[in-house]
Design a protein. Structure first.
Ligand SMILES: NC(=O)c1ccc[n+]([C@@H]2O[C@H](COP(=O)([O-])OP(=O)(O)OC[C@H]3O[C@@H](n4cnc5c(N)ncnc54)[C@H](OP(=O)(O)O)[C@@H]3O)[C@@H](O)[C@H]2O)c1
Length: 278
């Protein structure tokens, strides 16, 4: 579906780079068909060196003749970028926004009527083709736009369509999620170090265990609690470890972390709107 499609990525920062890199690794889009933009002249060399794509500062020029325009600037830059693009984008182009908490309505209001818009919330493991993206559509997007957006994010991981009202939750869970899980891996690795295991070995043990456990859930579709029970031998050592986790309130801490991050995602929209009104 992406064959010979041309893509503009407005804002090749951490996320933009992760997505482009995943698409290139998969061979879904060729480097010659991708044009990226950045804000600072000094960033051009960085992007060229890392991705070997065309890079420029001119957003209007970058989107001309492209099939898909992926907006990957910070939420606070979306208003000005959309205004800049509003005179050049056409109904033949699909606009995909990955900006946290920016609604499809926000994007549509700033572009000519009827432009197809998809909102996506991917995460940085997309760079390893192990990403997770939540997607929802705006009022001008049809099935073919849904399929196109899905094809892009499927190249770099898993996708799921959700109601737009759930997108802040997706942001807090799977887009912020890698940060929480890195802390978990780092802590497990520290535990190994405390027990005398060299740091490198300890980090491998922790990260591969996280990967394997996730794979068990995804492949078997079993409930995590059932898989946990399989590891927990009566009167064995795992139950002692689990008791420590319960005492340290790991579960409630993780739940509160995601709920708090979702609240913050909602706040970003309000901050943005009040800035735009003033
Ligand atoms: N990071 C994540 O894990 C993640 C996950 C899901 C969604 N997102 C969303 O992805 C978006 C980008 O996040 P990020 O972490 O990648 O931020 P970032 O690293 O700061 O990247 C933002 C990029 O936008 C460029 N930029 C800023 N203003 C611009 C303009 N007017 N025209 C063209 N380019 C412009 C910047 O250029 P310079 O490099 O020259 O400054 C930078 O390369 C955000 O909306 C965020 O909510 C991020």
């Amino acid at each position: 579906m992406l064959k010979n499609k041309k893509l503009a990525v407005i804002g090749v920062g951490k996320l933009g780079e992760a997505l482009i890199s995943g698409l290139l690794k998969k061979g879904a889009v060729s480097a010659a068909d991708i044009c990226g933009t950045v804000c600072h002249e000094s960033s051009i060399a960085r992007v060229k060196e890392r991705l070997s794509i065309e890079v420029m500062l001119d957003n209007q020029k970058a989107v001309k003749g492209k099939d898909v325009v992926l907006l990957a600037v910070k939420p606070q830059n979306m208003d000005s970028v959309l205004k800049e693009l509003s005179t050049v984008v056409t109904k033949d182009q699909l606009i995909i926004s990955v900006a946290a908490s920016v609604t499809t309505g926000f994007v549509e209001e700033r572009l000519p009527k009827g432009i197809p818009v998809v909102r996506a919330m991917p995460n940085t493991p997309s760079v390893m083709n192990a990403g997770m993206a939540g997607l929802c559509t705006g009022s001008g997007a049809g099935d073919e736009h849904k399929q196109m957006a899905e094809a892009i994010f499927k190249c770099v991981g898993e996708t799921v369509f959700v109601d737009e009202s759930l997108m802040d939750g997706v942001t807090a869970l799977s887009a912020s999620g890698p940060a929480y899980l890195y802390v978990v891996i780092e802590s497990l690795a520290e535990a190994g170090v405390k027990l005398g295991i060299p740091r490198e070995v300890s980090t491998l043990l922790a990260a591969q265990t996280m990967l394997g456990s996730a794979k068990m859930i995804l492949d078997s579709k079993a409930h995590p609690a059932l898989l946990k029970d399989m590891v927990t031998t009566p009167a064995g050592c795992t139950i002692d470890g689990l008791m420590e986790l319960e005492e340290g309130k790991l579960r409630v801490t993780l739940i509160k972390a995601v709920v708090k991050a979702a609240e913050r995602a909602r706040e970003l929209v309000n901050t943005q709107n009040s800035k735009n009104k003033s």
